[in-house]
Design a protein around this ligand. Structure first.
Ligand code: 5GP
Ligand code: MG
Length: 179
């Protein structure tokens, strides 16, 4: 096993996602023009399971953002938005979905970018929140689970492109990290 500790088993993740989907559905069910904006690559697996459990009409699209190299944040967020995304966002109730709220740089950069696209509203959902000093504080509306400040992999989260396919989330053991 590549992990020294399991943070959330597959069954625990199912329960967390069912609870999140329930809360989000009750907040969004009376709204029109909803758009889920999924932050790739890390939130792909989580968002697919979450969206499948939500019971109101919502359009889905993606945005690419990357700030990590290996197990460290570079502190610089690269946003890569497809052409046409700006027009899609205008006047929509946006649900921004990411995997982890860590330093907050990714979410705050995307939210800043989103605000320039004139959406009707923005709410944010993250599967995990790291209990650490967030360099950029973000008001995340929906959080699945709070975790320690460890580097985690699995369920969509990678280390240099691998381990995304693990069905659980765990702390990557030191021996699996290249110096
Ligand atoms: P932030 O910009 O909040 O520091 O980091 C957010 C992004 O960094 C997340 O969307 C995720 O892609 C990546 N990230 C932060 N912590 C971890 C971690 O422990 N494991 C992995 N695999 N990615 C992380
Ligand atoms: Mg990410």
């Amino acid at each position: 096993m590549p992990c020294s500790k399991i943070i959330a088993t597959s069954d625990q993740l199912k329960q967390i996602i069912a609870d999140l989907a329930h809360k989000i559905s009750s907040d969004y069910c009376s709204l029109e023009n909803c758009l889920a904006l999924v932050v790739l690559e890390g939130a792909k697996t989580f968002s697919e399971d979450l969206l499948a459990k939500m019971n109101f009409p919502i359009e889905t699209t993606t945005i690419k953002a990357a700030s990590y190299e290996g197990t460290r944040s570079t502190g610089q967020v690269k946003i890569d938005a497809a052409s046409g995304l700006v027009n899609k966002i205008r006047n929509k109730n946006i649900l921004l979905i990411d995997d982890i709220y860590d330093t907050g740089q990714t979410l705050s950069s995307i939210i800043k970018w989103l605000k320039n696209c004139n959406p009707k509203s923005i709410r944010t959902c993250a599967l995990l929140e790291k209990q650490t000093q967030h360099a950029k504080a973000v008001n995340v509306d929906y959080i699945g689970m709070k975790i320690e400040d460890d580097f985690v992999v699995g369920y969509g989260l990678d280390y240099n492109g691998i381990y995304r396919n693990l069905p659980y989330i765990g702390v990557l053991s030191e021996k699996n990290q290249k110096p």
